[in-house]
Structures are given as structure tokens and as C-alpha cells.
Design a protein around this ligand. Structure first.
Ligand code: TNX
Length: 471
């Protein structure tokens, strides 16, 4: 059953606390003005034109216990007051208001007090298997921030492509900027450093941290094609466009490897304003366990040397992890002794189990694109799980957050990105933001239905999942 009128809690992700005042509404009109402190002017501009003593008031002030990203929203018959301790909190509060105002501009009365369950709420886009331009990435980001996603992980390199300019190693993108997976020529290209910096700045203005990934020591065929001196026997290898994994590796016992890696990571650190560098580390099936650990012993400290925190896929938990290292768990399996041990030693974990949040999994057997190695992933399955209970040794305290990767082996267009992202990403965003006790599939199902017409109006090619009662 669909609600007849909108309610204060009709927001995704669901706010932590909602106290409706059902008899009260405030309607935004062309005359409504927004007042805000100068520091919040650009955040306020998202709501409407500025004016002294506006009916929409943004205030930067201590809000008890709501943290850096939390906010308090009060809607009365005469106007709206949005308070937060920091700009990020005001920004997320504005996203809540924009969702509530959608359509008729009528805001339901009452109070919302909201703050995220997790600090890291991520989405990943694989640029390596299929390239997406800076403008496409920015447009994608604009759709993600509505759901309070605050980290955009860019998978920049893989066997099939190298998507970031490294001025000291120009052949990486001259040769590695190729077609990606599949031979239809749909996926070539790379980001210049200027374009990458532009994406980073655009994201930062929207309170989103870009997390760049250079995958190593495996998933490096494109780099080996460009620089044959990095291969085990110094002989060139062929470019590949198939979707195999686990066949390429940097050589652990060779200084050229580390000179290369350091050049790349230093270049990346210089153009990345956020605190993280992701070094991949997954599926190194052609690297011996000994070489893998030797490689990581040299590479894990490098982000720290350039002022960044290292993140790696959870395979890195097989190595000694420096303090501050972050482990991103991606397997569907419900146990991993190394990850449990890393968490017990105080290393933070990002949860991305493939059977819950891999946006490249098919929704159902008839989904025309996507993979199914982790099973089918309908919307309810992406919603109905608790990240603090996926691994026995990784509870709430160990979790930095939750992130939804989108691998692009089967993608050919931005529409494909949107089809796999919506409506599942909103489900994952609620997993990452909303307290577990507040979450409810029946409620989410109703709330997400309201986005159908909005996505239609915006030309967003979402999947009309039969699980949702779309209007
Ligand atoms: C596994 S998950 C991979 C990727 C693939 C993905 C496809 C992970 C860290 N590695 O290389 O693109 O599966 O779903």
C-alpha cells in the first residue's frame, strides 16, 4: 500500500529519529528565502535564493551528540530551521529537505534528528574495464549524494586498462588507455591529472571524498604491456580485453617494481585531497604467498609516507598491516580468520560483501547485463542484512563503513551504470547511514517507490524491480 500523503520520514536513507507534527506543513514558494552564515552560502544555495531573515534558516551551531555529519531539522508552519555543527551536516540536512520537498514543495511538519551509523558510506566505479569520462563521473556523483554517499572509490587500473595519467610514465595511458573489457571499442580513454583533480574538487564541494585505487601487485596487465621491464622476464606481454582475473603480477623481488609503484602513488597522493589511497591487493593468484607478503611489506607504508592512509581489499590482511591500514572485505563468505585478526588488532574494516552490495551482480536471472558469480542480488537482499554481523570477528566497532562496488566488465554506457545502481544503491546507502534498529524493508520498499517518477523525470534509466510497487 502506498501512503496517500507524504510523511516526514519519507526520506532515504531513513533518518535516525523522526518526530512528525502531522497537522503542520510548510510550503516552499518562489518567495521563500534562505538565510545562512557566509560559510554555508553554497550549501544554502541548493535550497533557494538567499535573503536576510529567510523562512529557511541554516545555522552552524553545536547540536548535541549529532557529530560532524549529523543535523537537526525543524519544520513548523512558519518555516524551517536546519542546524548542524559542521558544513557536512548542513549539506546532508539539505539533501533530506530536497527529498521532502520533491514534487509539490510541501514540507511535512515536525523534527528530524539525524546522524550516520558509519563514517564511510561508499560507492565504487570501475573505470578500468570500461572508461567513464570526468563529466560522466560527476553526473553519477550528483545522483549518489542525494543518498548521503560520502566516498567515491575510483578503480583506476586493472588488467584491461590504465585510466589515470602518470606524467613520469606516459606509456601507461598511451598504451593502457585502451578499450577495456570486450572488443567493441566502447570503453577507451583515461583521466588527465587535471581532469582527475577536477573530479576530486567537484566531489569535495559536495562533501564526498574521492578514494583512488591503483590495483597491485595483481590486476596489472595493462601496466606490464606499457612497461615490459616490469614483467618477470622483461619480455612484453599482450594487451587483454577478456574478463579473466589472477594472471598478472608485479615482481616482488625487483627494485624497478617499487620505483614504479612509488612514482605512481606519489603522483596520486599529490592530486588527491582526501585521506586515503587504495592499493588493491585482490586476487593475486599468480603471486606466491611469500612474494605477496614481501611486496606488501614494501608497499603498505608508502601511502603513509605521502600523508595518506592505506586501504586494500581484504586479502591484504594476510600481511602485517601498519597502524591505520583499512581492510575492505568483499567475499560473500561469512568467515575470514585474517580479517578477524586484523579487526582484533584494531584495523578498521569496510564491508563490501559481494552477495549483498556488488552492484554488478544481476538483479534476477533475466537481467541483461551484470555477472552472477556471487549469486543474484535483488533489492531486498542488498537491503536486508547487518554489516556488523557479516563476519563474526568484525562487529560495529571495527567497521569504518559500507561500500558498494560497481565493476564494469559488462557495462557499455552510463545508462548501464544507472540500471545496476538504482534502486540498489539507495538500499546500501540506508544500510550504511540508518541505525539497524530503525531499518525496515517494508518501509524502504514504499519510500524507494517515490523515486521512480523522479528518476523518470531526470532521465535516469533505473531498474523497475518487480519487488517495488512503483507508482
Ligand atoms: C572480483 S572483488 C574482483 C574484480 C571483478 C569482480 C567482478 C575484487 C576485489 N575483485 O576484479 O571485477 O569480482 O564482480
Amino acid at each position: 500500500m502506498r501512503p496517500l500523503t507524504k510523511r516526514l520520514g519519507d526520506v532515504i536513507p531513513a533518518p535516525a529519529l523522526v518526530v512528525p507534527e502531522p497537522a503542520v506543513t510548510f510550503t516552499i514558494t518562489p518567495d521563500t528565502r534562505v538565510s545562512a552564515p557566509p560559510a554555508a552560502a553554497s550549501v544554502a544555495a541548493r535550497l533557494g535564493p538567499p535573503g536576510d531573515d529567510g523562512q529557511l534558516r541554516l545555522q552552524l551551531t553545536d547540536v548535541d551528540g549529532l557529530g560532524a555529519e549529523g543535523y537537526r531539522l525543524e519544520i513548523t508552519g512558519s518555516g524551517v530551521t536546519l542546524r548542524a555543527a559542521e558544513l557536512a551536516g548542513l549539506f546532508w540536512g539539505v539533501q533530506t529537505l530536497l527529498q521532502l520537498a520533491a514534487g509539490d514543495r510541501v514540507l511535512p511538519g515536525g523534527v528530524i534528528e539525524d546522524r550516520p551509523r558509519f563514517a564511510y558510506r561508499g560507492a565504487m566505479l570501475d573505470l578500468a574495464r570500461h572508461f567513464f569520462t570526468a563529466d560522466e563521473i560527476k553526473a553519477h556523483l550528483d545522483l549518489l549524494i542525494q543518498f548521503k554517499i560520502n566516498h567515491l572509490h575510483l578503480h583506476l587500473t586493472d588488467d584491461q586498462g590504465w585510466r589515470l595519467e602518470i606524467p613520469d610514465r606516459p606509456r601507461l595511458t598511451e598504451i593502457g588507455g585502451g578499450p577495456g573489457t570486450g572488443c567493441d571499442g566502447a570503453g577507451p580513454g583515461f583521466l588527465t591529472l587535471a581532469e582527475y583533480s577536477d573530479v576530486v574538487a567537484y566531489a569535495a564541494e559536495r562533501f564526498v571524498t574521492v578514494v583512488p585505487e591503483i590495483d597491485m601487485p595483481g590486476h596489472v596487465n595493462a601496466a606490464l604491456v606499457a612497461y615490459p621491464e616490469l614483467t618477470a622476464d622483461g619480455r612484453p606481454v599482450e594487451p587483454r580485453t577478456d574478463a579473466e582475473v589472477g594472471y598478472s603480477s608485479l615482481v616482488a623481488g625487483r627494485e624497478e617494481t617499487y620505483a614504479f609503484v612509488e612514482t605512481v602513488l606519489k603522483t596520486l597522493a599529490d592530486v588527491t585531497s582526501g585521506p586515503y589511497l587504495h592499493i588493491g591487493g585482490d586476487e593475486c593468484l599468480s603471486t606466491s604467498a611469500e612474494d605477496y607478503r614481501a611486496f606488501l611489506a614494501r608497499v603498505l607504508p608508502l601511502p603513509g609516507k605521502y600523508g595518506k592512509r592505506v586501504i586494500g581489499w581484504h586479502e591484504i590482511a594476510a600481511a602485517d598491516l601498519p597502524e591505520g591500514a583499512i581492510v575492505q572485505y568483499w567475499r560473500p563468505e561469512r568467515q575470514d580468520a585474517n580479517v578477524d585478526a586484523a579487526a582484533a588488532a584494531g584495523r578498521a574494516v569496510i564491508m563490501s560483501p559481494a552477495d549483498r552490495v556488488y552492484l554488478d551482480m544481476k538483479y534476477d536471472a533475466s537481467t541483461p547485463i551484470g555477472l552472477d558469480w556471487a549469486g543474484l542480488l535483488p533489492v531486498e537482499r542488498a537491503y536486508d542484512w547487518d554489516p556488523a554481523r557479516h563476519l563474526q570477528g568484525v562487529g560495529e566497532q571495527a567497521l569504518l563503513g559500507v561500500a558498494a562496488p560497481l565493476w564494469s566488465e559488462t557495462l557499455r554506457s552510463v545508462d548501464d551504470v544507472r540500471f545496476l545502481t538504482f534502486p540498489r544503491l539507495p538500499a546500501v546507502a540506508e544500510v550504511a547511514w540508518t541505525p539497524q534498529a530503525v531499518r525496515d524493508w517494508a518501509s524502504f520498499r514504499e519510500r524507494v517507490a517515490a523515486f521512480g517518477p523522479r528518476w523518470d523525470a531526470a532521465g535516469v534509466a533505473y531498474f523497475r524491480s518487480p519487488e517495488i510497487d512503483w507508482p
